[in-house]
Design a protein around this ligand. Structure first.
Ligand code: CTP
Length: 319
């Protein structure tokens, strides 16, 4: 293994170029790695100075009224009204206020998880966060099952549940949601008008089926605050990806944070192809400038925090 490079401010284009291979080779021997409590605390305090993540994780019922007009975050000229369904599903208090878990897992969706055997390890953490309603049942051995908080971009409905256009898609969606009873479902509902009807479908379905899910709707400024945090930390991201979002929020309520399935590359360190998602054959160009995220740049920042012992980024097998 080559020693870690001292260069820390690589741009996304540089990572995409000849340095990419060298960058990936920096996967250091996990056995030499240990937690650095000071670095963990520094990270929590640094985030806390900029964002009150416990409060921003969801708007609360007491902060709004049915019929209130709000502006979307990205397409700010578009507005939406707080519907009765949404109002009824808003939490009364922030469910993570005052909580502190000893160990948390954040499970990204990279194909690097396939064959990892990480399921048992992931499920052993006190709090497990998953992204975008990724399926678990068929992949339990590699990704586990425990789900305390699951995110759901509204775009998941057209991409993974046929836009709920037919009955069988709705049934599949309800089945997936049922698995989240007593868990938190985090829906970034106020980002863009494109998601409006899917948010409304989701709310309706949760209420209609009387699902006992703790729904969270992050405040629309959270993405800006998180981006601002990383920019001032000299990490040139675009919009934070869900995974980075979750890590940043988790610094507030988790001590040890373990990241699995974060691997925005198409080949692993041994040159084997890696799928974008562990559960489908979707393709993704990580270096396409039109993409909203800069995942390789995010990965690099997380990698630096791993090297410092502030978090644990697992890109290898667990067994
Ligand atoms: N991820 C990763 N490497 C991959 C795929 C995903 O690091 N090959 C991480 C990213 O942090 C991503 C998270 O896992 O946000 C969840 O993946 P996915 O659901 O695919 O995210 P997207 O929908 O593509 O993007 P978004 O962040 O907007 O939800």
């Amino acid at each position: 293994l080559k020693p870690p490079s001292n260069r820390t401010n690589l741009t996304q284009t540089e990572v995409a170029g000849p340095l990419r291979t060298r960058f990936q080779e920096r996967i250091v021997d996990a056995k030499q790695w240990s937690w650095n409590r000071t670095a963990m605390l520094e990270m929590r305090n640094a985030v806390r100075k900029v964002i009150d993540t416990a409060k921003s994780i969801s708007i609360l019922r007491s902060q709004t009224h049915i019929g209130d007009v709000m502006h979307y975050d990205i397409d700010n000229h578009n507005t939406f009204n707080i519907t009765k369904d949404l109002y009824d599903l808003l939490p009364e208090t922030s469910p993570l206020e005052g909580r502190l878990f000893n160990s948390c897992a954040i499970v990204g969706n990279s194909g690097i998880l396939l064959g990892s055997g990480c399921g048992q390890e992931i499920d052993s953490h006190d709090f497990v966060i998953r992204c975008n309603l990724a399926p678990v049942t068929e992949y339990v051995k590699d990704v586990g099952r425990k789900s305390d908080l699951v995110t759901m971009n509204p775009s998941v409905l057209p991409t993974a549940f046929g836009g709920l256009k037919e009955k069988h898609w709705e049934e599949k969606f309800v089945k997936r949601l049922r698995m989240l009873e007593h868990s938190m479902l985090w829906i970034p509902a106020f980002t863009t008008i494109n998601g409006e009807k899917y948010v409304q479908y989701t709310n309706r379905i949760i209420l209609k089926n009387d699902l006992n899910i703790k729904t969270l709707y992050p405040t629309k400024h959270l993405a800006h605050s998180i981006r601002g945090f990383w920019l001032q930390a000299k990490t040139r991201i675009k919009r934070p990806s869900t995974g980075l979002y979750m890590y940043t929020i988790a610094t507030r309520f988790c001590q040890e944070i373990h990241l699995y399935g974060f691997f925005p590359f198409t080949v692993d360190v041994n040159g084997r192809p890696v799928r974008y998602h562990y559960y489908d054959n979707g393709k993704y160009n990580f270096y396409d400038k039109r993409r909203p995220h800069s995942m390789p740049v995010e990965f690099q920042a997380l990698r630096r925090l791993h090297d410092k012992g502030a978090l644990r980024l697992l890109t290898d097998k667990c067994t």
